[in-house]
Design a protein around this ligand. Structure first.
Ligand code: HEM
Length: 260
């Protein structure tokens, strides 16, 4: 997870303009969607609504199931990418290739986008007509009737990713040590999400899905080992540098022996 809010040097007017444009765009989109939805409910808009429903298969029972599966796979990929990106940042691999603040901001962006797709994944499950989930079933692990163990792991994974993200914004209050400890939980969250996707997912039988889970898991395993070794070496280097500094200090303060 990121450790920075980028120190943007652009002047306040540019920032206000950007914020204003983003708000106008989001507001315009929202109003546009509302008008389109209203129009499609009128007799004149009915043919448009029917064509759109047919185009996106929204008038079938499976439509919501497709959306939730697509959102699940997307959220898995984004959260994986965010984790991998975050693990690569301290290795200085991006140095000279990607600007420092961008690397952290992108990490933050990927996490938020991934969590957004998880929300879509679970909200659509509630709208599903074939196997609808209740609010209790999407928030309390292991109580649903559809593959409860594997769905439960997904719910726990989501809570862990959420905790990691929330503690990022609280890092000044909780301190660096606690922030890092919470961050490690994303690996546990990732394992939960992987088992969840693999064993709860309809698409897991497809070779492309198997390849996705195997490939992503191998990369995370490699980076975790690399990260542990890298961390241990860095600590050892720091300890020997500290020992050398103390020795040098002692030598400097030791009274000179006079030779007769
Ligand atoms: C970190 C959070 C989560 C991630 C990354 C995630 C990801 C995924 C993935 C990749 C799949 C497989 C999709 C497929 O094979 O088509 C899946 C399936 C599923 N997920 Fe999640 N999920 C998460 C959280 C949740 C939560 C909180 C629920 C709540 C109930 C949930 C319910 C389900 C269900 C019911 C399925 C089976 C859908 C199917 O048949 O494919 N997931 N999820």
């Amino acid at each position: 997870m990121p450790s920075t809010i980028s120190a943007s040097k652009s002047n306040p007017y540019t920032q206000w303009f950007k914020a204003f444009s983003a708000m106008t765009l989001a507001g315009g989109l929202f109003v546009g969607i509302m008008i389109a939805l209203w129009f499609m409910q009128t007799p004149q808009g009915a043919p448009v609504a029917y064509s759109l429903q047919s185009l996106f298969a929204m008038n079938t029972v499976q439509a919501w199931w497709y959306i939730t599966r697509a959102a699940g796979l997307m959220s898995y990929f984004l959260l994986w990418l965010s984790m991998v990106w975050g693990m690569v940042i301290p290795t200085k691999f991006f140095q000279g290739v990607v600007e420092g603040t961008f690397a952290y901001d992108f990490h933050e962006f990927l996490s938020l986008l991934g969590l957004g797709f998880v929300l879509l994944h679970v909200i659509v499950l509630m709208l599903d007509q074939y196997l609808p989930f209740s609010i209790a079933e999407i928030t309390i692990p292991f109580i649903d009737s559809y593959r409860p163990l594997w769905v439960g792991l997904g719910i726990i994974g989501f809570y862990l990713f959420l905790l990691v993200t929330v503690t990022f914004y609280m890092r000044r209050t909780i301190g660096l040590k606690a922030f890092r400890a919470f961050h490690v939980l994303s690996i546990v969250g990732y394992l939960g999400a992987t088992l969840h996707g693999l064993f709860a997912g309809t698409d897991s039988a497809l070779p492309v899905a198997k390849f996705l889970y195997a490939g992503t898991f191998l990369i995370v395993s490699f980076l975790t080992v690399y990260w542990l070794v890298f961390g241990a070496l860095a600590k050892r280097e720091q300890a020997s540098a500290e020992a050398a500094r103390v020795m040098a200090q002692r030598r400097a303060h030791r009274p000179r022996q006079s030779h007769r």
